[in-house]
Design a protein around this ligand. Structure first.
Ligand code: CP
Length: 343
């Protein structure tokens, strides 16, 4: 059974094939209704706009039936994910029951589950996603976990490929200020995707904001295999020199896990992404997964300027969601028919 939970489970050829499918689906709908008779349950433990709407619309437009559940709120039970605990807290149901039950009613499941933010060692276990994978009898989609957001990365790859051949181009992940210690899922997946796609990767971040060593090891290995450069720097402005893609994102510190970044105005000014920084790029594009806090993460003149592609990037969540659903659920026969239709 196929899942779509972590980028490391895929080759770049497989990811590119899904992006090819998404690019074709953006141009025209597939023939017929490849997901007819199939229902999918999209389970959210945290808020979402793009992920929720893209998977719901993608499923319906392919002829399937989307069911969106807010676990622990909005009328659905709070879920326990850890095995062997005495369930005398807020959670009324264990995923050990809920996941197989959903699998009896639906042909695919999606899960969004953010880190708790107390211990990275605990959050990294991704106990809810692990329970979905363990107990599901149907394909599982990771709609953002503690360590990765592969659906976002696929849309990001599509957005880059629509504008350039990523091979040997320069990709900058630039840390940005925030009022909260945000998850590392998007930054992890963005640099993993860029390194798989054959880009030179630069990460600009303040001291104490290094990404998880396991992710960095994979990025390093990908860059070595592709003959590209990996640079980690605390030069918040110089890092923009010659970049083709700038990915702005805030994330929490592993060194001070769960603590919000400094609110010192000079620190914020140093790391907020500005038009002055973007002018240093090589006609670079500015990407952000959204939601974004204007004039804290990135200034208005970048988001409203010529560099920004964030709305296209968000739209591509829809097309890549369709590609993921077809990859997981469409029979080879319907996928081939859809491909023929597109040609
Ligand atoms: N980028 C992204 O996943 O957006 P949402 O959190 O709104 O789904």
């Amino acid at each position: 059974m196929k899942h779509f939970t972590h980028l490391k489970d895929f080759t770049i050829a497989e990811l590119n094939a899904m992006v090819d499918s998404a690019i074709a689906l953006k141009k025209s709908a597939p023939a017929g209704m490849p997901l007819a008779g199939k229902s999918l349950a999209f389970c959210f433990m945290n808020p979402s706009l793009r992920t929720q709407v893209s998977f719901s619309v993608a499923t319906a437009s392919l002829g399937g039936h989307p069911v969106t559940l807010s676990l622990g709120s909005g009328g659905t039970w709070g879920m326990e994910s850890v095995e062997g605990v005495v369930m005398d807290g807020a959670a009324a149901e264990h995923l050990k029951e809920a996941v197989p039950v959903l699998g009896r009613m639906c042909q695919g499941l999606g899960l969004r589950s953010f880190p708790v933010g107390k211990s990275w060692a605990e959050d990294k276990k991704e106990s809810a996603l692990a329970a979905f994978i363990k107990y599901s009898t149907v394909p599982v989609i990771n709609m953002e976990s503690a360590s990765g957001h592969p659906c976002q990365a696929l849309a990001d790859l599509m957005t880059i490929r629509e504008r350039m051949d990523p091979a040997k181009k320069n990709f900058l992940l630039s840390w940005a200020p925030h009022v909260k210690p945000l998850p590392m899922a998007v930054p992890n997946s963005s640099v993993e995707m860029a390194s798989m796609a054959g880009m030179n990767v630069t990460i600009a971040r303040p001291e104490g904001y290094d990404l998880d060593p396991e992710v960095m090891a994979r990025v390093k290995k990908n860059c070595a295999a592709n003959g590209t450069k990996l640079t980690v720097t605390d030069d918040a402005t110089g890092a923009f020199e010659g970049q083709h893609v700038v990915y702005g994102k805030s994330w929490g510190s592993l060194a001070n896990y769960g603590q919000a970044p400094s609110a010192d105005p000079a620190f914020r000014r140093k790391w907020t992404i500005s038009s002055a920084k973007m002018k240093k790029t090589d006609d670079g594009i500015f990407m952000h997964c959204l939601p974004v806090r204007r004039n804290l993460v990135v200034n208005d003149d970048v988001l409203d300027g010529k560099w920004a592609v964030h709305i296209d990037e968000a739209e591509n969540r829809l097309h890549t969601a369709k590609a993921v659903l077809l990859h997981l659920l469409a029979s080879p026969k319907t996928t081939a028919a859809a491909r023929r239709h597109r040609k």
